[in-house]
Write a protein that binds this ligand. Structure first.
Ligand code: SAM
Length: 276
């Protein structure tokens, strides 16, 4: 088993320390499934002040991350400009950017197929565009808001990708059954011949989860989950997924793998309220 490699280029390596030392990301490293390198861009400067930024050409507010430290850091990591790179081993250089394409579960699935992902964290007004042109395969945004830097987006991307690497979650299948699971899960069946979309995500949001105690603060766990009838439980969970997706993310329904029964159930729902 070859570990998947992540490299993060940042002005603030310390921001990642706590995050990488806990939970699944710590275990994935300890088990040799991923290796993570965090690289301080200031190490790739040569002046007394370790300058990494400069004023924008054309004027305007703020500062821009200079291209030289980034290019030098990439060279030190054996990352060639795109035009000089060979397709093997498959890698992706990702620029975190509020102007990027939306990072989604399907992007995470694509990145999880690669040997290596290099994440560039912008700061200030962003990174000199020539770094994007020369080196980056993807420009990714984690949402329609502006953060102060690319460190949180890099951690988000790494986390979402890493948990799709086989073996990282312990249970190989569990990622497939979460929110945004591949819509094509519907075309495969489990050992009992039940379409996976009947109990997997199939492109829908996840269903609600409950654990003990069976009663908490006067609220009971739904009766169906306690009766041991797995067919009924599957159907109940599926209906919860459909309800929640319709209420919170109706846009996902168009691409979800829906059965005729699902469609009938959706039609039967009255205008959903946010508390559904
Ligand atoms: N001037 C930029 C704009 O308006 O799009 C914002 C720059 S932001 C203050 C600094 C850095 O944070 C960016 O270069 C990027 O690396 C990161 N960043 C901010 N918001 C992000 C988002 N939604 N997704 C990914 N990266 C983001």
């Amino acid at each position: 088993m070859e570990a998947m490699r992540f490299d993060i280029l940042t002005l603030f390596p310390g921001l990642f320390a706590g995050f990488f030392e806990h939970g699944i990301v710590r275990r994935a490293q300890a088990e040799g499934r991923v290796t993570i390198g965090v690289h301080d861009l200031r190490h790739f400067t040569h002046d007394r002040h370790r300058t990494v930024d400069d004023r924008p050409f054309g004027g305007g507010e703020g500062m821009v991350l200079k291209p030289e430290p980034l290019a030098e850091a990439l060279a030190a990591l054996d990352v060639l400009p795109r035009a000089e790179r060979s397709p093997e081993p498959p890698i992706s250089v990702v620029l975190t950017s509020a102007q990027g394409r939306p990072f989604t579960q399907s992007t995470a699935r694509e990145l999880a197929q690669l040997d290596r992902v290099v994440l560039l964290c912008g700061r200030y007004e962003g990174v000199d565009e020539r770094i994007n042109q020369l080196y980056c395969d993807r420009e990714l945004s984690i949402g329609d808001y502006v953060l102060s830097g690319g460190e949180l987006p890099a951690a988000v991307i790494l986390d979402a990708v890493m948990r799709l690497i086989p073996g990282v979650l312990g249970n190989e299948a569990s990622g497939e059954f979460e929110s945004f699971g591949a819509p094509d899960a519907a075309i495969t069946t489990d050992q009992e011949g039940v379409p996976r979309s009947q109990h997997g995500s199939g492109g829908l949001l996840d269903y609600p989860h409950y654990t003990r105690p069976a009663e908490f603060a006067g609220l009971q766990v739904p009766e169906t989950l306690l009766n041991g009838d797995h067919q009924q439980i599957r159907r109940w969970r599926r209906e919860q997924q459909l309800r929640k997706t319709l209420a919170n993310r109706p846009d996902l329904l168009a691409r979800a793998a829906l059965t005729d029964e699902d469609r009938r159930f959706l039609r039967s729902l009255q205008t959903p309220s946010p508390s559904d």
